[in-house]
Design a binder for this molecule. Structure first.
Ligand SMILES: Nc1ncnc2c1ncn2[C@@H]1O[C@H](COP(=O)(O)OP(=O)(O)O)[C@@H](O)[C@H]1O
Ligand SMILES: [Mg+2]
Length: 247
C-alpha cells in the first residue's frame, strides 16, 4: 500500500514546498521508496528544487518525480499516481496556495494532509474566523471547508479517512504573546475541525539558503556544509515533525 502525503494550504509562502522536499528526503533516509508530484506547475517550486538537487548533488537520495502538465486533470493525476505507486511506499504531493481543480483532486486522494501554517492570525484566517476580542472561533473558513469537502470525497471514493496535520512554521524564536495566542486558538480549532497538531519549525535563514543547491537540513554532512548550533536545532525540529507525521 502506497501512502499519499499531501502538502496543502490555501495560502502561499507557508512552507509547503520546503517541507515537501524535506519530508521526501527524510523518508528516503529512513529507507522508504519515495516519489513526488508537483501539483503547482505554475510555480514549480518542488520540481525546481529537485532539479537543483540532481544537478548539484547527483549522489544524494532524491525522489522520483513525474512531470504534470499545467492543464492536467484529476484523471491525469490519478494516472500519474497509478504509474508511480508500484515503486513507491510514499508519494508526496505538493499543491499550490490557491484553489485549483488539480489542488482539490490532490486533497481528495490524501491519506495524510500536512498544512504548514505561518505563525500569524492573518494566515490562521483561512482556517477559521476568530473573534478579535475573545479569540473564540466564530466559524471555520475557506480552506477548512475545502478540506471538509476533500474528506467527504475521499470517504465516498474508498471509505478512506484523511489524517490532517497542522504544523506551525517560521515560528519566531523570540516567543511572543501572538505565538501563545495562536497556540490557544489552534488547540480549540483542532478538536472543532479535527486535525492533529505537529511540532512546528522555527524561522531560520538556512531554509532559504538550501534551495539553490537542492539541499535539505538532512544533507549538510554529505554536502560538506559545516554545522552551526542553529542547523542542529533546526534538524532536530524537523525530525520531531517527521516523527509526528508517522508514515
Ligand atoms: N522555517 C523556515 N524558516 C525560514 N524560512 C522558511 C522556513 N520555511 C520556509 N521558508 C521560506 O519561506 C518561503 C516560502 O516557502 P515555500 O516552501 O515556497 O512555501 P509555499 O510552497 O507554501 O508557497 C521560502 O522563501 C522559503 O525558503
Ligand atoms: Mg510551493
Amino acid at each position: 500500500m502506497t501512502s499519499l502525503l499531501v502538502f496543502g494550504n490555501a495560502k502561499g509562502g507557508t512552507g509547503k514546498s520546503t517541507l515537501a522536499v524535506h519530508t521526501a528526503v527524510g523518508l528516503l533516509r529512513q529507507g522508504k521508496r519515495v516519489a513526488a508530484l508537483d501539483l503547482d506547475p505554475n510555480q514549480g517550486s518542488l520540481t525546481r528544487y529537485l532539479e537543483n538537487r540532481r544537478s548539484f548533488h547527483p549522489n544524494l537520495p532524491a525522489p522520483d518525480i513525474l512531470p504534470l502538465a499545467a492543464d492536467a486533470t484529476s484523471e491525469g493525476l490519478l494516472a500519474a499516481i497509478s504509474q508511480l505507486a508500484p515503486n513507491a511506499d510514499v508519494i508526496i504531493l505538493d499543491t499550490p496556495g490557491s484553489d485549483t481543480p488539480l489542488a482539490r483532486a490532490g486533497h481528495a486522494v490524501a491519506d495524510t494532509l500536512i498544512t504548514p501554517l505561518n505563525d500569524s492570525f492573518l494566515d490562521l484566517d483561512v482556517l477559521a474566523r476568530v473573534d478579535p476580542a475573545s479569540h473564540k472561533i466564530v466559524r471555520p473558513s475557506s480552506y477548512s471547508e475545502m478540506v471538509w469537502k476533500a474528506r467527504q470525497d475521499r470517504f465516498k471514493q474508498d471509505r478512506g479517512q484523511i489524517d490532517w496535520i497542522v504544523a506551525r512554521n517560521r515560528i519566531s524564536q523570540l516567543g511572543s504573546r501572538n505565538a501563545r495566542a495562536m497556540e490557544g486558538v489552534l488547540g480549540d480549532l483542532s478538536t472543532r475541525i479535527r486535525f492533529r497538531q505537529a511540532p512546528g519549525l522555527s524561522e531560520r535563514v538556512i531554509f532559504r539558503e538550501l534551495f539553490l543547491q537542492g539541499l535539505t537540513l538532512l544533507d549538510l554532512a554529505e554536502a560538506q556544509i559545516s554545522y552551526t548550533m542553529s542547523h542542529v536545532a533546526a534538524r532536530q525540529e524537523l525530525r520531531n515533525l517527521l516523527d509526528a507525521i508517522r508514515i
